[in-house]
Design a protein around this ligand. Structure first.
Ligand code: COA
Length: 260
C-alpha cells in the first residue's frame, strides 16, 4: 500500500477503510486530497483482496467540501490550468462512483458542498441524524457544478431546484427523506449501521455486486422496451457464471456459498 499525506488507509480483512485525514480543516479537500483519493480508489479497484471500501472522515466532521483557500488559488491560475484542475476534481467523484468495489460512506458532523458531493458519489451512504448537509456553494458565489450529476442522480432535479438555489443546510433525517443518504441513525449507532451494510455486502457474490453496479448504469436511461435485450442477456450471462452456479448450489444444498 502506498503512503498518503491526507488520507488514512487501513485494511480490516476484506474491508478497505479510506479516511479523510485533515481534521484541522474539517477534511476540506485540496489538490493533494484530490490526487490521493484518485490513487486510493485506483488501488481499491486493483486489489483483489478488497471487497468493500468504507469512506469516512477523521475528527469532528466528515468533510467541509472543497478547501476554499485552494479554490481561491486555482481561480488565480491561467484558465487552462484552472480548467485542468477542475476536470481532475470532477473525475475524483467519478472514480469513487465507478469504483469496481461497493463503496459505503460514513457521514458525521458536517458534509457540506463537496462533502455532500462525496455522499452522493458513494453507493451506500449512512449518516448520523445530526450530520449537517448542504449544497451551500451559492453562499460563496459559486455553484455545485462538478458534484451536480452525482447529487442529481440521488435527489432528482426537482429537489435540486430548491437546494442548489437556497444553499440551505439540512440534517441527516432530511438527507434520508430526500434520498441523498440511504440511512440516517442516531450518532451512537452510526458504526453499527455501517458495519451492518458492510456485512450485507460481504454476504453477496463479489462479481454479482460489481455487476449490479454496472447494471444500474446500463439500464437507468433505457426505455422499458429497449431494456429487454440488455437485461435478458445480462441474466443469461450471469446465471451461467461459476459464481452464480455456486450461489444456486449453496442455496439448494443448504450451505453457505464459498464467498461467505
Ligand atoms: N475550506 C478551507 N478551510 C476550511 C473549510 C473549507 N471548506 N471548512 C473549514 N475550514 C477551516 C476553518 O477555516 C477553520 O480554520 P482555522 O482553525 O484556521 O480558523 C477550521 O477549518 C475549523 O473550522 P471551524 O469553522 O472553526 O469549525 P466548526 O466545527 O465550528 O465548523 C463547518 C465546521 C464545516 C460548519 C464550517 O467550518 C464551515 O461552514 N465550513 C465551510 C463549509 C462550506 O461552505 N463548504 C463548501 C465548500 S464549496
Amino acid at each position: 500500500m502506498s503512503s498518503y499525506e491526507t488520507l488514512e488507509i487501513a485494511m480490516d480483512g476484506p474491508v478497505r477503510h479510506v479516511r479523510l485525514n485533515r481534521p484541522e480543516v474539517r477534511n476540506a479537500f485540496n489538490g493533494v486530497v484530490v490526487d490521493e483519493l484518485h490513487r486510493a480508489f485506483a488501488e481499491a479497484d486493483a486489489d483483489d483482496a478488497t471487497r468493500v471500501v468504507v469512506l469516512s472522515g477523521n475528527g469532528k466532521s466528515f468533510s467541509a467540501g472543497a478547501d476554499l483557500a485552494w479554490m481561491k488559488e486555482q481561480a488565480g491560475l491561467p484558465h487552462a490550468d484552472n480548467s485542468r484542475s477542475a476536470d481532475h476534481m470532477a473525475r475524483m467523484f467519478l472514480a469513487i462512483a465507478r469504483c469496481k468495489k461497493p463503496v459505503v460512506g460514513r457521514m458525521h458532523g458536517h458534509a457540506l458542498g463537496g462533502g455532500s458531493g462525496l455522499t452522493a458519489a458513494v453507493d451506500v451512504a449512512i449518516c448520523s441524524d445530526d450530520c449537517m448537509f448542504g449544497l451551500t456553494e451559492v453562499k460563496l458565489g459559486i455553484v455545485p457544478a462538478v458534484i451536480s450529476p452525482f447529487v442529481l442522480q440521488k435527489i432528482g432535479a426537482g429537489r435540486a431546484r430548491t437546494l442548489f438555489l437556497t444553499g440551505e443546510r439540512f440534517d441527516g433525517k432530511e438527507a434520508q427523506r430526500i434520498g441523498l443518504v440511504y440511512r440516517s441513525v442516531p450518532v451512537e449507532q452510526l458504526d453499527d449501521a455501517v458495519a451492518q451494510s458492510v456485512k450485507e455486502l460481504l454476504s453477496a457474490g463479489p462479481a454479482a455486486v460489481a455487476s449490479a453496479k454496472e447494471l444500474i448504469r446500463s439500464v437507468a436511461h433505457l426505455s422499458l422496451e429497449d431494456a429487454i435485450p440488455v437485461t435478458s442477456k445480462w441474466i443469461a450471462d450471469l446465471r451461467a457464471t461459476d459464481e452464480a452456479k455456486e450461489g444456486f448450489s449453496a442455496f439448494l444444498e443448504k450451505r453457505k456459498p464459498t464467498w461467505m
